[in-house]
Design a protein around this ligand. Structure first.
Ligand code: WTA
Length: 651
């Protein structure tokens, strides 16, 4: 976001006070900030009491070896027991855990907590039968169907960390994740429904498994679409096992083991500033405390709420605020298989009387473009709270969301956090904070954030800089899978004792935080994290490409869009007529369709400094159709003229 847009933003003076009834009855009141400030550890210790523990912890936090934190030291618990068994034991077995809505109309299922408990127990028994033991990693590559939640909880029950790979990622991306965490079992489905048609998943798993040699021993397959797939059953010495064969007949009794609070719960791969995705490691006690507390506090969750988080389970939002947080809180939630089809979301809100909706600004902007007549045609009076996540929300989208979707009565909570933080870190509290459109406001109770300059000095109100986190928090990542050094280098080496988030931010005159997007080579497209370097590597792996530079250019709907500049090899000539489409497809194959560049420009040169570093800032100017900035540090200042001539002829 440019400085100019920013000052427009910060002159935004609309304020939305919490509704009086919500404020009066809010789960968290103003005093929580002071209480947490006066004794942070006691505050989080109290939050951990929300959970059921086997053995209670001896120490809330061990920070004696920073940046490696241990939370609730000595405590034991089981995440799946906390998400299902205990609700059944408390007499809430008949409460609906998941109202599942398939993409094909009328394809729905309601799953109670009692049913979920049985299904998770069966799946845990089936996985044990397949040889999965505590500590083994299991890869999950599935659409948004209830079995994905069952699979995750069954892994958690066994203490087998899962790694869920977004179903939109390619076979190559899946293979590299399976290899990195050495998963011996993959859980998938034949396919899923996307935009009205069955789309296959299993072929990508076959290809990925092929690439990983002998690593994968079993592929457990849910039949979702019934489409034709290749089958290598165990009878023929193959790896494939149908979920219904393995799980349906398994016993619904499963005695859970209590795992150490620091036992690994899952690994989630996310894009970093280098080509190789990072395996973010989350552990059990702290993660569950952080997600359960924030889900209750930020969404002011009440027993009769119907909550709906629209994120895909393949991203961290689906882990923390669809799977673990809401289930640990015994909430009733909606899970929807499809994408934002016109009107369908509002039909779901109306049918299920959704009270809390949590989604991303990209979706809101898409609905804005479609026009308010569509949502206006539904009864959405059940809604009482709206959340936003994944990217900065511009004031127009915020106000539209509040007025059109929220009937001008629902507070909007703009929640800032990351795969790494595991839990929401910066957000309004709906019963306390007067919302400002565009600002995520301030750190939650128990969280300590600031904005600093290059020398780690706090910038103070009215100024911009880098967002940092100053104190450890329960759901923080513990390390990068198999790479402690990279964990330290990436997040903790810039300034002593501070976690560097990678985001720019500004404090307004009231000291409230405005997030400004990434300051590193990470892009944010439709709320999904993509790495410029990773897409550049994908492009140069194409035989016709000599060099590539990728930038995230501002996009009205998706926040940012991927724009690539490539130099072709001499041997490729002009690349041929379809070169752009050929390269877009290549990126989709290497990483996934979400990483496909919106625009690819074939250029004769790239702007480089004398030391050979590509000046992406200048390319961004071109991609955003701006006057090109200062070119004096370029080795050859005429390069930008060459590129600009190309721009005129770009597709
Ligand atoms: C961005 C998603 C502004 C930010 C939960 C962060 C946001 C990255 C917001 C993490 C927000 C997330 N306002 N920016 N409310 N929420 N971001 O790991 O740049 O997929 O660093 O986690 O998304 O993306 P991730």
């Amino acid at each position: 976001m440019s400085e100019q847009t920013l000052s427009n933003l910060m002159s935004e003076d609309r304020r939305f006070e919490p509704p009086a009834d919500l404020a009066a009855d809010a789960n968290v009141k103003e005093e929580a900030y002071d209480r947490a400030d006066s004794d942070r550890e006691a505050f989080w210790g109290e939050a951990a009491e929300r959970l059921d523990w086997g053995q209670k912890w001896d120490q809330v936090l061990d920070w004696s070896n920073p940046p490696f934190a241990k939370w609730f030291v000595g405590g034991t618990l089981n995440a799946s027991v906390n998400c299902v068994d205990r609700h059944v034991e408390a007499g809430n077995g008949d409460k609906v855990a998941i109202h599942w809505v398939g993409e094909p109309h009328d394809d729905t299922r309601d799953i109670t907590y009692a049913q979920l408990k049985d299904e998770v127990s069966r799946a845990a028994n089936a996985l044990t039968e397949l040889g999965v033991r505590k500590g083994d990693r299991v890869a999950i590559y599935m659409p948004m169907i209830p079995e994905v939640v069952v699979a995750m909880l069954a892994c958690a029950r066994l203490g087998a960390p899962h790694t869920v790979v977004f179903g939109g990622f390619s076979a190559d991306a899946l293979a590299s994740r399976i290899t990195d965490c050495e998963a011996h079992v993959v859980i998938t489905s034949d396919g899923g429904y996307r935009r009205g048609a069955a789309s296959a998943l299993k072929p990508a798993v076959d290809e990925a498994v092929e690439k990983t040699g002998d690593l994968v021993r079993h592929v457990l397959v849910v039949r979702r679409t019934g489409q034709d797939i290749e089958w290598n059953g165990r009878e023929e010495g193959g790896r494939d096992v149908w979920w219904h064969d393995a799980v349906d007949g398994a016993s619904a009794e499963h005695e859970p083991e209590m795992h150490d609070s620091e036992h690994p719960l899952y690994v989630m791969y996310t894009s970093g500033t280098t080509g190789k995705p990072k395996g973010i490691l989350h552990t059990t006690g702290g993660y569950l405390t952080g997600t359960s507390y924030t889900h209750w506090a930020v969404f002011d969750l009440k027993d009769d709420d119907v909550y709906w988080c629209t994120a895909d389970v393949g991203w961290v939002t689906g882990h923390s605020y669809m799977a673990y947080g809401p289930l640990a809180n015994g909430a009733t939630q909606v899970m929807y298989e499809g994408t934002p089809e016109k009107g369908r979301w509002w039909q779901i809100v109306q049918d299920y009387k959704v009270t809390i909706l949590y989604t991303a600004p990209t979706a809101i902007r898409t609905f804005m473009k479609q026009g308010r007549e569509i949502p206006d045609g539904y009864d959405m009076s059940s809604l009482r709270l709206l959340g936003s996540v994944g990217e900065p929300i511009n004031p127009e989208a915020y106000v539209w969301y509040r007025e059109v979707i929220g009937g001008d009565r629902c507070p909007v909570v703009d929640t800032w956090w990351q795969t790494e933080t595991g839990q929401i870190m910066i957000s309004p509290l709906p019963g306390v904070t007067a919302g400002k459109p565009g600002s995520a406001m301030k750190a939650l109770p128990g969280i300590s954030a600031d904005v600093v300059d290059d020398d780690a000095k706090p910038v103070g109100n009215g100024n911009g800089g880098y967002l940092v986190l100053k104190e450890p928090w329960p759901a923080m990542l513990r390390t990068l899978w198999g790479d402690d050094q990279r964990f330290k280098d990436t997040y903790w080496s810039r300034w002593e004792g501070l976690y560097f988030a990678g985001d720019g931010a500004k404090l307004d005159d009231d000291g409230d935080i405005w997030l400004l997007g990434r300051v590193d080579d990470v892009m944010n497209v439709s709320g999904h994290r993509l790495s410029t370097t990773e897409i550049e590597s994908a492009l140069v792996s194409h035989p016709k490409v000599a060099e590539a530079a990728v930038v995230g250019a501002a996009d009205e709907t998706t926040g940012q869009a991927v724009c690539a500049f490539v130099i072709l090899r001499d041997s490729a000539g002009d690349g041929g007529e379809d070169i752009v489409e050929e390269l877009r497809k290549h990126v989709a194959k290497e990483i996934g369709a979400i990483a496909k560049p919106r625009q690819i420009m074939v250029v004769p040169e790239l702007p480089k400094t004398r030391s050979g570093k590509i000046m992406r800032r200048l390319l961004k100017d071109v991609a955003e159709h701006r006057e090109v900035g200062d070119v004096t540090t370029l080795a050859d200042s005429t390069v930008m003229d060459l590129i600009k001539t190309k721009e005129g002829s770009a597709p």
